[in-house]
Design a protein around this ligand. Structure first.
Ligand code: 2AM
Ligand code: CA
Length: 267
């Protein structure tokens, strides 16, 4: 895919994400039809489904040769990353959407032959769009984000961590995470992986560690973070796999190695 085609794809995706977001804002106070998925706290609403269907229809109409991988099942059965694939979370942070009517995002990552070329994360209620075209800069509402601070160290870092990481947890040595909490300057938890990755890219937090994200949670945010010089891997340092769930460590590159070698021990 050449530069011109990628630019055109970006413009199209941007138009659709802003349109979908504007619609959600218009109907935000209407009644929600809420369902649960894997467990009583795993929420989905008719807006998650309608929004994903909106993208699925647009993509099929406009780019019949492209595939879509989405959270709510309107996409394709994607078994390889060959070709052009739109990886979409129609509402990332559904619990926030339901309980708070804010702090959620639409996330779109467009991958070509396994490489993330375009990323868009739209904080719908704040009308803030994070966007990236690989090697052409990362932006927040059209203003370019600077590269991450090269002097960052753990003592002065804020990290996005969720409470599961510090409770007795069979998947990670939680005592090491507790030591990390003491080491760093502060912790935050926002409840939308896409926004949490965007905040790493923005440099307003320095790292994000979590034990289970789906491809659509991380597809756009990882492109954004890497564009500003950050590092995004699994929590053991291995490359992310966009076809499966992953543990995720996204952070300022300066603290990545120390986090993995001293504070993250997966079980
Ligand atoms: P969602 O709202 O789109 O489901 C919550 O901390 C973050 O983790 C949200 O981005 C949420 O995405 C995601 N998430 C919640 N449960 C998940 C699961 N079982 N697998 C992967 N990601 C999940
Ligand atoms: Ca979702």
């Amino acid at each position: 895919m050449d530069k011109k085609q990628i630019q055109a794809l970006f413009e199209q995706a941007k138009k659709w994400i802003l349109e979908a977001g504007a619609h959600i804002r218009d109907v935000i106070d209407e009644p929600l039809y809420i369902d649960t998925k894997s467990n009583p706290n795993d929420l989905v609403t008719h807006m998650d489904k309608n929004t994903e269907e909106f993208f699925a229809n647009k993509i099929k109409e406009t780019y019949p040769e492209h595939l879509m991988l989405g959270e709510e099942g309107f996409g394709d059965d994607v078994e390889s990353l060959d070709g052009t694939i739109w990886i979409i979370d129609p509402i990332d942070g559904t619990m926030n959407f339901v309980h708070q009517k804010r702090n959620f995002a639409i996330s779109i990552g467009i991958y070509h032959d396994g490489v993330g070329e375009v990323g868009l994360i739209y904080n719908v209620m704040e009308d803030v769009l994070y966007s990236v075209i690989r090697r052409q800069g990362a932006y927040k509402n059209g203003v370019e984000l600077p590269k991450l601070d090269e002097n960052r160290n753990l003592d002065t870092s804020i990290m996005v961590l969720n409470s599961y990481l510090v409770c007795e947890n069979p998947k990670i040595n939680y005592k090491k995470v507790q030591a990390l909490v003491k080491k760093i300057r502060g912790t935050r938890s926002y409840g939308s992986a896409a926004l949490e990755l965007a905040f790493v890219a923005e440099g307003c937090v320095d790292g994000y560690l979590t034990l289970k994200l789906a491809p659509w949670d991380v597809a756009a945010g990882s492109i954004l973070v890497e564009e500003v010089g950050g590092t995004v891997t699994q929590a053991n340092g291995q490359k992310l796999d966009m076809l499966t769930n992953n543990t995720v460590l996204a952070c300022n590159t300066r603290i990545h190695e120390k986090l993995i070698s001293e504070y993250i021990e997966l079980k």
